[in-house]
Design a protein around this ligand. Structure first.
Ligand code: ATP
Ligand code: BTN
Length: 254
């Protein structure tokens, strides 16, 4: 991963650019980075605030030989890679909110958007889009998300009195990519259980009450576990158990 890296000062979305490369047949592990995105995208069709030079806006093309059922695991694995890179590169203890939000004291510091192309029931390619807030100050976030989003800079200052200027984005990028390579190899070796266990170590969702929003439907329950496919197992108050796929849901901790 990262043998070929395409860097830009501006693109619409690194995920879009990565898709174009993938369609032209680029190698497994090709990386796209941009200083700013004019149309950064989040999950569920939301927009992603991608301020110039203040974050890591990055996409990785993967070509795993898997079917649709394994895509969710790869996304969970990516969140594990990011959380462990934060620990290794910056000694930051981040949590993962199911399925793959990286959070610091309950606020979102990084999101992951996986997009894919299928061919004959197999994954043709995946684009893993990683958006990490690095050095924004609170006032630089749009008002609507100010109380829910954070950056490494805000966190390090508040928590440890450290200045983000003492850290390099490039070092964190490299560490994320090497951690990603490690979890990717683990998946290729078929050791999905290892990924699930790692994910659970970082989870801030399991054991909590959650509000699930799926299309028009809403329900509250306790997040009990995740299964081998990365689905969240939620027990409702009447005792029934639901398996939640990440695709179109949004989860709130209560
Ligand atoms: P999700 O289902 O993706 O977890 P959420 O609404 O539960 O969404 P929150 O952390 O509560 O997530 O809210 C943050 C909101 O701000 C999300 O909708 C997120 O997509 C959006 N957002 C846009 N840009 C950013 C950014 N740079 N950093 C963090 N959040 C962002
Ligand atoms: C989320 O909603 O949590 C996912 C956010 C993903 C943002 C990243 S930034 C790099 C890549 N390009 C995009 O347009 N989105 C992803």
């Amino acid at each position: 991963i990262g043998k070929s890296v395409h860097c830009f000062s501006e693109v619409d979305s690194t995920n879009n650019y990565a898709k174009t490369l993938a369609q032209k047949g680029c190698d497994d592990g090709t990386v796209v980075l941009a200083e700013r995105q004019t149309q950064g995208r989040g999950r569920l069709g939301r927009s992603w605030d991608s301020t110039d030079k203040k974050g890591i806006w990055m996409s990785i093309v993967l070509r795993p030989a898997v079917g649709l059922e394994d895509v969710q695991i790869i996304t969970l694995a990516a969140s594990v890679a990011v959380a462990s890179a934060l620990k290794k590169a910056m000694d930051v203890n981040a949590g993962i909110k199911w399925p793959n939000d990286i959070v610091l004291d309950g606020k979102k510091v990084c999101g992951i958007l996986t997009e894919m192309s299928m061919e004959m029931e197999r994954v043709n390619y995946l684009v893993l889009g990683i958006g990490m807030n690095f050095s924004q100050q609170e006032s630089e976030f749009p008002k609507e998300i100010r109380d829910r989003a954070t950056s490494l800079g805000i966190y390090l200052k508040e928590k440890h009195g450290l200045d983000i200027s003492g850290f390099r984005r490039s070092h964190l990028v490299k560490t994320i990519l090497s951690e990603l390579e490690e979890v990717y190899d683990t998946i290729k070796e078929g050791k999905v259980g290892v990924i699930i266990e790692e994910w659970k170590k970082y989870s801030v969702t399991l054991g909590k009450e959650v509000l699930i929003n799926y299309k028009e439907e809403q329900y509250i329950g306790t997040a009990q576990d995740i299964d081998q496919n990365g689905r969240l197992i939620v027990r409702l108050s009447d005792g029934t158990v639901r398996e939640v796929l990440s695709g179109e849901v949004s989860v709130r901790g209560l």
